[in-house]
Design a protein around this ligand. Sequence first.
Ligand SMILES: O=C(O)[C@H](O)[C@@H](O)[C@H](O)[C@H](O)COP(=O)(O)O
Length: 253
Amino acid sequence: MAARRVVVFPSSAELGPVLAELVSSRAGKAIASRGRFTLGLSGGSLVSMLSKELPALPNLDCSKWVVGFCDERLVPSNDPESTYGLYKNQLFTKINIPETAILSIDSSLPVNECAEDYARKLKEVFPGNDKPVFDMLLLGMGPDGHTCSLFPGHPLLEETARIVAPISDSPKPPPQRVTMTLPVVNSARCVVFVSTGGSKAPVLKEVLEGREGPAFPAARVLPTEGELFWLIDGPAAADLTITVEKPGSGARL
Ligand SMILES: O=C(O)[C@H](O)[C@@H](O)[C@H](O)[C@H](O)COP(=O)(O)O
């Protein structure tokens, strides 16, 4: 595992542009070496941050991007709860990701079949790989320490066989979702958590410093070979005592 980097910004206003630069830099590297950039998105505050910051990058070319979702809520794409729907309206209209390169769930299917169908779509994009190896996954963390739709104490945390799993009892509504499993998350070349706001401070301390860490799904995200970034703001970092990076303005990671 590469070293974890915990990077603290005064606020999300400073964090957002650095995140966009990081995405763009890893995209450039991936395209240079493999001809495409595979990116997994999450919902929450990432939607508005990415929708503001990525289109603001000069000359961003997303024609070689392939984009999936780390998890998704089983609702129609025009439902305000749909993560795909939010990105479609807020981001995909502003950048040139080919429509066929956006891997979304088929929300008309029952949850188990929906997960199987989404797993099949991922396997098609990563033929020959035992598990998908995304160039970058962008993750959020809930105040309970969940990430993707992997919740504390849930049996899905122990999933080793499936790359995508259904969940019907999500403690956070809506209850039905599909999610990448930990083996896929931990196979990525680069995983970036973005966590902001004072409500995250206690759980962030547990996840990054606590002995009970592994009880929190976010603490089980430890890429086998890939990079791991935690990009956080001052309020979320308030309780941390570990050494963190505090980049100056205009910094690149
Ligand atoms: O599917 C969901 O219910 C949300 O997407 C959720 O998992 C979110 O990503 C985290 O709670 C982090 O949220 P913030 O990015 O707003 O901190």
